[in-house]
Design a protein around this ligand. Sequence first.
Ligand code: GDP
Length: 326
Amino acid sequence: NRRKTTSTQDFVTQIVAGNIPFLSRAITLVESTNPKHQQQANEILEACLPHANKSVRIGITGVPGVGKSTFIEAFGKHLTSLGKKVAVLAVDPSSSINKGSILGDKTRMEELVTDKNAFIRPSPSGTSLGGVAQKTRESIILSEAAGFDTIIIETVGVGQSETAVHSMTDFFLLLKLAGAGDELQGIKRGIIEMADAIVINKADSGNEKNAKLAKVEFNRALHLYPAKESGWQPKVLLASALHHQGVDAIYAMIEEYMSLVKKSGYFQQKRNEQNNYWLLETINQQLKNNFYNNPKIKELLQQEIAKLENGKTTPFTAAKRLLENN
Ligand code: GDP
């Protein structure tokens, strides 16, 4: 089997040369649960690190139907027309359950898929958000090493996946629709706080006036939040992804942001913080996995649960006993 014999060095050489099939195969290793694959993936990642880090990482979230795919297609085409190389990745821990994985259906980005300067990869599957997010984060490094200078990470607006995407991107963009004047209803406060920009999509076909009103309301709301550590005042923009309108202004805004945070040093500070976060996050996960997969603990856990149900112990005493037996 030819695949098994590809050396780490071959992988790295090909990835750095921009070889997309090798990039895809390396991501498949990253996503594999086979320990041998993981070992090689880690070696490839470490060797790719010096070639990574030179990109802009943009997170995009919004509820299903808001127009994420349409927007990413229009935005991505705009970027490639400027000579950029765009990788589109995703974090969607639900995809393995309900199959309707974002980006899984590539026909949703017909034009971008055939663009030789674009690389689109669906979300890795998995049931734990932490696991899925870690794989996406590693795929960012590989994509950057392969020369992609703009990384777009899509996520659906459910659960904690926005937080995970926020912690691996430089700029976080929230897609919204204009509603009936109650724009702020139903949005989690945390998401507004994370957003560097809110883009009101579908500002077309008679919806322009509502979109403009929504813009005013969001702007007002954003000003109520404390100033961001980045020194950036989050902006609200209008777009019609379907008609490719507004994407140029959105990219210009991101460039403005990048130049601000690079000058101030915040860019590097944030990336360092994100690295530390993922270091600790990975340790936490590994500790948890080791603990719960330990056969001795599995047995003891059953015993303690039985005691708990019979009123023979408290959750705290039981936990203490389990942890001491690790
Ligand atoms: P996603 O679920 O967030 O990825 O949303 P999609 O990109 O699949 O879009 C959902 C629907 O909204 C599709 O029918 C799109 O054609 C439509 N749509 C997306 N963007 C726009 C837009 O700017 N204007 C209009 N009128 N429709 C749009």
